[in-house]
Design a protein around this ligand. Structure first.
Ligand SMILES: Nc1ncnc2c1ncn2[C@@H]1O[C@H](COP(=O)(O)OP(=O)(O)OP(=O)(O)O)[C@@H](O)[C@H]1O
Ligand SMILES: [Mg+2]
Length: 350
């Protein structure tokens, strides 16, 4: 957005589509054509160095696909991902991408699946160091692994254990130690705490914040938990069916959401100040990414949709520190947001 800040990651018109066609013979016999999943469509955002950018949205809206594309696991169909000023999607060989991969690590939701069960923790944590040839095996590497384990609140003796000997929260600490091992600038965190108990979640999030402060890390955080986003992120993007519908300052979006989808999404979060208030529930199903609706993809579910919304795709407009793609905002016909305390008396008993 603003050119003045130090941008570490810049995603420009990123598009990712998957071919979900039935096999050729079946297509010929049934007359069914090719089918394309529109997982990510023309997504633009930037992440400032040292900050956290959060992506939120319902299941299947394309969050993990964006994460995997940024991490270089999933090639984009179109657009670019520029990291430290270099387009990472343009790398043709693993070798060419190595210096950037060292700076860009990923933490996944499921610390069971992402840690090799047959490797001792010491080897798991040392692996990125060896892959990137940052150190040779030996005493210095052992000391570095011990230091990394202490950094994430584990003990150097844990290096000799296997992943199954740890709790879920401890396992996520091992994942973080491994992610930190190559001294990255950027960590993509895909639902890093959603598999954990609430009390453990808070410990892991606080550890991530502490590491961000001390090491100057930049995070892309994917979470369906808006309380987590409010706690962690300076900026956020709200996705619907592969597109960003609203993005910018996280505090502004959470306090004063503009897009009708963001409002509905925030309304699903219980407000302790007004537990019985009426909620603008999301009606209807999420449309299939095989056939996204025309115009604004949210229009079939939107209480404010008019004819224009059905055929014309809204362009992002800026409102203070936020960009929102919505005709109702653009045309000034967005109803004022009722404040929670005003609504408290009108609530249903849900
Ligand atoms: N390899 C693939 N082949 C075909 N379709 C895919 C593939 N990967 C993802 N998709 C589809 O792309 C869409 C976006 O998926 P994605 O995993 O990015 O969603 P998400 O927002 O991370 O969802 P969740 O919150 O459930 O993790 C979904 O419709 C999904 O089925
Ligand atoms: Mg996902």
């Amino acid at each position: 957005m603003s050119a003045a800040k130090d941008t570490l990651l810049s995603v420009d018109r990123l598009t990712v589509r998957f071919d979900a066609s039935p096999p050729l013979l079946k297509r010929l016999l049934t007359g069914v054509g090719r089918r394309t999943v529109h997982a990510v469509e023309e997504v633009d955002f930037e992440v400032a160095r040292g900050s956290t950018f959060a992506l939120v949205g319902e299941s299947g809206c394309g969050k993990s696909t964006i994460a995997r594309t940024i991490a270089g696991i999933q090639p984009p169909t179109g657009g670019s991902v520029s990291f430290m000023g270099v387009d990472i999607a343009g790398f043709r060989t693993r070798h060419a991408a190595m210096p950037y991969r060292r700076n860009l690590q990923m933490i996944f939701q499921d610390p069971y699946a992402s840690l090799n069960p047959r490797w001792r923790v010491g080897r798991i944590v040392a692996e990125p160091i060896l892959t990137h040839a940052l150190m040779n095996p030996g005493a210095a590497l052992k000391a570095r692994v011990a230091e990394l384990l202490e950094t994430v609140g584990l003990s150097p003796a844990d290096a000799r254990k296997y992943p199954h000997q740890f709790s879920g929260g401890q396992r996520q600490r091992i994942s973080i130690a491994r992610a930190l091992a190559s001294n990255p600038a950027f960590i993509v965190c895909d639902e890093p705490t959603s598999a954990l108990d609430v009390s453990v979640q808070a410990q892991i999030l606080n550890l991530m914040k502490k590491l961000q402060r001390e090491l100057g890390l930049t995070y892309l955080l994917i979470s369906h938990n808006l309380a987590v986003v409010a706690h962690m992120a300076e900026a956020m993007g709200v996705m619907y069916l592969g597109r960003l519908v609203e993005q910018g300052d996280a505090a502004q979006i959470i306090a004063r959401p503009l897009h009708p989808y963001t409002r509905a999404l925030l309304d699903t979060v219980p407000d302790p100040r007004a537990p019985n208030r009426a909620r603008a529930r999301l009606s209807g199903e999420v449309p299939s990414p095989l056939a996204p609706p025309s115009g604004c993809a949210f229009h079939p579910r939107c209480p404010l949709a008019n004819e224009r919304c059905a055929f014309e795709r809204p362009r992002p407009v800026r409102v203070d520190a936020v960009e929102v793609a919505c005709h109702a905002v653009e045309e000034g016909r967005l109803p004022a947001l009722p404040r929670a305390n005003e609504l408290a008396s009108t609530g249903d008993a849900a």
